[in-house]
Design a binder for this molecule. Structure first.
Ligand SMILES: Cc1cc2nc3c(=O)[nH]c(=O)nc-3n(C[C@H](O)[C@H](O)[C@H](O)COP(=O)(O)OP(=O)(O)OC[C@H]3O[C@@H](n4cnc5c(N)ncnc54)[C@H](O)[C@@H]3O)c2cc1C
Length: 495
């Protein structure tokens, strides 16, 4: 048989789930990864490996983490995260725009897909470090995000790569797909630039899993809007929208929130694109316990509007809109122990002071007088009579400010004080291709393009405006598995 049965474009989580699933139905599967091997794995490799998935109790978690001990089970309140909760979270944070059919699949297939990954050999653990707080000697999980891949993103991609190789899947590194080979009968392969040589590679079905366009400065500015060229890219430099463009070129429909993206608070002095040695360490996600101040010395956002899992992905844009595209996150010693580990990395832009006056005097590029006034007004507005509780939306708020804080409003009164300078770090773009529930790419005429499938970041219509933390890996896994399964089956019957 000449050529490949399934060609998968991309080398991240969605691509590997597609390749492994395809291999269950056909023999000849090729993965094309644009990055060289040292930088392979896409955004998936930059992650903490957190997967948002439905679980109805400890038994579901044990099916993913069989080595959970009796002690761990006794000392932890995992709670539950039901399909209804996941659906509600998706609807609420996307302002009710998420595609209902795709979202239902995302939610309902989240646990079975993770169980399939586990069966294939991917190992999971509980995210004790990031998604749980210890209260009265017992861990309590909050926010529906409980499971992570062992070894985080690097561990996930490494495991998937090894599993793919063991399954006889071929991986070409430094192989950039540039074009789909297509005619009226659908897609028949891809044009690839591999180690400097352009070649046509025949395939009976193609899965596009080549990520969004966030690392393409020109597209960012064109689609997300003016100013987005100034954002930093949190992850891989290789996701420049190739997969999306290749599909649009053969008639695919553009779909979803093309002016929207996932973007977070990111160290002001981080490099322009992600650094694998630091991973997601440049993010700064503990703002619900502190206060944001911009270069004009003003607060500009409700830091405690919701659990950070539900606000962090949209606040990057808010920071980008501030004067000089940056802001300070300010904390006092009371909450220091609660700051996530990313606040303790070596590459951090941080100032400290023993008084608020001293702290603001070190805030370069900032209206210091206004900053001090703002902090004092904030302190005076806190409802200190309400107890602080990081595990629930505690209602400990400010009253009477232009921008109030709804929960976890601690006064800044215990030195030393700390301030961290952050800018906007873009994670991935939301707009992309339209797929149906079989992960087939839909043309602008509304019909599936024969033999073309897509999964992961480059699919539009699922995330809009915002995103519930940990849904990106689940999205790639669920639709990658479907795309690979359907492509593998289609390849068998297509000549
Ligand atoms: C710092 C950071 C932390 C994150 N943390 C989490 C988390 O904990 N949980 C979570 O759910 N999500 C997280 N995300 C989001 C998550 O990374 C993505 O949603 C998810 O990994 C996307 O998977 P993907 O396979 O679609 O894309 P990617 O993993 O980005 O893979 C795309 C692949 O396509 C390749 N490629 C691009 N163009 C071409 C081409 N022309 N030819 C061939 N290959 C090409 C790239 O090299 C790459 O290998 C995080 C993202 C970042 C940046």
């Amino acid at each position: 048989m000449a050529g490949w049965e399934v060609i998968v474009v991309g080398g991240g989580n969605a691509a590997f789930c597609a390749a492994l699933a395809a291999r269950e139905h056909c023999e000849k599967v090729l993965v094309l990864e644009r990055a060289p091997e040292e930088e392979a794995g896409g955004n998936s490799r930059f992650t903490a490996g957190l997967f948002r998935l439905v679980y109805n109790g400890p038994d579901d978690l044990k099916s993913l983490i069989p080595d959970l001990t009796a002690d761990e089970l006794a000392n932890t309140d995992f709670g539950t995260y039901t399909a209804e909760q996941f659906l509600d979270d998706m609807a609420r944070v996307t302002e009710y725009r998420c595609d209902p059919d795709l979202t239902e699949i995302l939610v309902k297939q989240s646990l079975p897909t993770a169980q399939w990954m586990r069966k294939r050999g991917v190992r999971f653990t509980a995210a004790w470090g990031r998604q749980a707080f210890k209260i009265g000697g017992r861990f309590k999980f909050w926010g529906g995000l409980t499971v992570e891949a062992v070894g985080g993103g690097p561990g996930l991609v490494e495991a998937q790569t090894q599993l793919a190789k063991q399954a006889g899947i071929e991986i070409w590194y430094g192989a950039r797909a540039t074009e789909l080979i297509a005619d009226d009968g659908g897609v028949h392969g891809v044009v690839v630039k591999h180690k400097g040589r352009t070649e046509r590679v025949a395939g009976r079905a193609v899965v596009l899993a080549a990520g969004g366009f966030q690392a393409n400065t020109e597209w960012r500015t064109r689609y997300l809007g003016p100013g987005w060229e100034l954002a930093k890219v949190r992850g891989t430099r290789f996701n420049t929208g190739d997969g999306i463009r290749m599909a649009l070129d053969v008639g695919a429909a553009a779909h979803g929130n093309w002016s929207g993206c996932h973007a977070v608070a990111w160290d002001r002095n981080a490099p322009e694109t992600g650094d694998l040695a630091v991973g997601d360490g440049f993010q700064k996600h503990s703002y619900p316990w502190g206060v944001y101040i911009n270069a004009e010395g003003k607060r500009f956002v409700d830091e405690g509007a919701d659990f950070r899992n539900y606000t962090y992905a949209k606040y990057g844009r808010v920071i980008l809109q501030q004067p000089k595209q940056f802001a300070w996150q300010i904390f006092d010693a009371k909450v220091k122990a609660q700051l996530r580990d990313e606040y303790r990395i070596r590459q951090v832009t941080k100032i400290t002071g023993d008084t608020l006056e001293e702290l603001v005097s070190r805030m370069d590029d900032t209206d210091q007088k206004s900053a001090l006034e703002t902090l004092k007004k904030y302190n005076a507005a806190v409802r200190a009579d309400i107890a602080f509780n990081p595990n629930v939306k505690d209602g400990r708020r400010t009253e009477g400010l232009e921008v109030n804080k709804s929960h976890w409003a601690n006064t800044l009164d215990t030195p030393p004080y700390e301030a961290y300078a952050v800018t906007c770090g873009i994670t991935f773009s939301f707009g992309g291709l339209k797929i149906n529930t079989d992960a087939q790419v839909i043309s602008s005429d509304g019909e599936p393009i024969p033999a073309l499938y897509a999964a992961g970041e480059l699919v539009g219509g699922i995330f809009w405006f915002n995103y519930p933390g940990g849904s990106g890996l689940t999205n790639g896994a669920v639709f990658g598995r479907i795309a690979g399964t359907k492509a593998g089956k289609a390849a068998r019957v297509r000549s």
